[in-house]
Each structure stands twice: as structure tokens, then as C-alpha cells.
Write a protein that binds this ligand. Structure first.
Ligand SMILES: [Zn+2]
Length: 111
């Protein structure tokens, strides 16, 4: 899961923030309040933002993780292993995606 600010106050681009938090109140406790400074990766300007301007999005690395796991099982088990492995890999990938989506939703619906 990645956290970002929807719009830079200077150039309107999306700013990814280097912080991990499961909810906005978690983020608030990390920043020590509602407001925090962030530097835009696009225009380098530093502006003050409010925690409610922060949203979460999922990182789609899980399909890759699933594929790697599937491939590894395939390597050990041969053709049948590859078949089982790719199915299992996809299942693992999907369950990570579901989990990730739940975390994203719970952040985005937090206050
Ligand atoms: Zn900017």
C-alpha cells in the first residue's frame, strides 16, 4: 500500500509520501497533528497538507509474487508442478490483492 496526496498545491500532481500508516489517525500520530509538510516529487515545492488529503492505493506487486511462487513450485515439480504452481500462485496473488484492497479501503474510509 502506498500513501499519496491527491493534489500538489503548486502543480496539482499526485505526491507519494514516504510514510506508513494503516489509518488517518495513525498518520496523525506519526506527524504529531493534522498538518504536515510534504515536498512534491514533480515541482519540488514544499507545502503544508492536511491528513484528510492523504489517500491510499494498492501496490500491484502481488500478481508478480504469485507468479514467482508458481514458477518455483513448477521448477521443483515438473510439468504437473507448473500447472499446480501457476494455479496456486494466482490464488496467492489474489489473496494478497484482497488483503491489500482491504487495507486501502480501511485507510480511505478512516477519519
Ligand atoms: Zn508540485
Amino acid at each position: 500500500m502506498k500513501l499519496y496526496i491527491t493534489n500538489c498545491k503548486t502543480c496539482q500532481s499526485k505526491i507519494y509520501i514516504d510514510a506508513t500508516a494503516s489509518t488517518r489517525s495513525d498518520l496523525r500520530s506519526r506527524f504529531g497533528g493534522d498538518h504536515f509538510y510534504a515536498v512534491c516529487q514533480n515541482c519540488q515545492s514544499k507545502n503544508l497538507y492536511h491528513v484528510t488529503e492523504v489517500f491510499a492505493e494498492s501496490e500491484k506487486t502481488s500478481a508478480l509474487t504469485g507468479g514467482v511462487v508458481g514458477g518455483l513450485i513448477g521448477l521443483i515439480g515438473g510439468p504437473l508442478g507448473l500447472l499446480v504452481g501457476s494455479g496456486l500462485g494466482a490464488a496467492i496473488g489474489n489473496s494478497i490483492d484482497d488483503d491489500e484492497q482491504k487495507k486501502v479501503d480501511s485507510f480511505n474510509t478512516s477519519r
